[in-house]
Each structure stands twice: as structure tokens, then as C-alpha cells.
Design a binder for this molecule. Sequence first.
Ligand SMILES: [Mg+2]
Length: 173
Amino acid sequence: MEKYLPDIYQKSIYTIDYSKLLSRGIKCILFDLDNTLVPTHENEAPTKAKDLIISLKQKGFKVLIFSNSPKRRVKKFQKYFGLDAIHFACKPFQNKFKKAIKDTGYNLNEIAIIGDQILTDVAGGNKAGITTILVNPISNKGHLFFKVGRFIERKKIKKLRDKDLFCKGRYYD
Ligand SMILES: [Mg+2]
């Protein structure tokens, strides 16, 4: 299996077919925070993100924020969205993945992660054995560390593209 290849690739969290996820047996969604649910450099979440979270809960999903960001930032959005959250998740490392998965009480095939980065969200989710969903980042702004990550990511994406497994903008589910 390709470590960096997502199971599903969509333009944004708003173009994912959540009913299809339900029919695949997904019951629990781990949401990356920055650049997936909210723009990295903003302190306000879009109203439509909250509407989406509410509709997912109504559909019966268990939803969690699973973020590498520090506690202060995650707490703020956790409150806003009314969700359980794990901060400083250290994705792609497995410690908090394992703990989060165990704490949900769901089986691996019932859990999906949605995120904007293949190096953290997809690689970590694949390693953990859950369904991985990649979306395009909301914003391209970022500090240096972020840019370095993006540079490495572009190289991984190029490798996948050379094998004709993945192409930016060619969505699938
Ligand atoms: Mg992110």
C-alpha cells in the first residue's frame, strides 16, 4: 500500500459525500483543524464549517478534532464547534492516533480522518489503518516550517503522480 495515498480525495470538506461514507460503514470522523476546518491564520471559523459539523452530528457521526496545533488554539475551536478534541496530536506519529482510536470505541474500519496534508493526516491515518480523506488546504499562507512541509509534500505527490496514482485536482471517492 502507498503510504501517502489517500483513500478519498476531494476539493474540500464541503464536497465530501458523507452519506456515501455512512454507507461504507464510517461512523467516526477525525477532523484536522488548520486549513481543513478553518484557515490556518484566522481565529474565526467559517459559519458554514459549524453548519457542516452540526449536520454530521445529525447524520449520526461521532466527530472529533484531531490537530497538531497547540492546546490554546484547539480549545478555542473545540468550544466553538462543540466537539471533543485532541491537540498536539503529533501526526503522523501513532501514539495519539492509537489513543484516540481506542477512546472512540470504534473499529478501524469505522473511522476516517479528514485533513489537508499527506505527510501528517494521510500518512498517519494510513499507518493507523483508518480511512484517509485528503482535501485541498483552505489557504496557502504559511510560515517557513509549513513551507518546508509543503515542499516535501510536493515531492511525494510527484512520485504518486508518476505512478499515475494521484493527481492534484483529480478528485475521487
Ligand atoms: Mg491541516
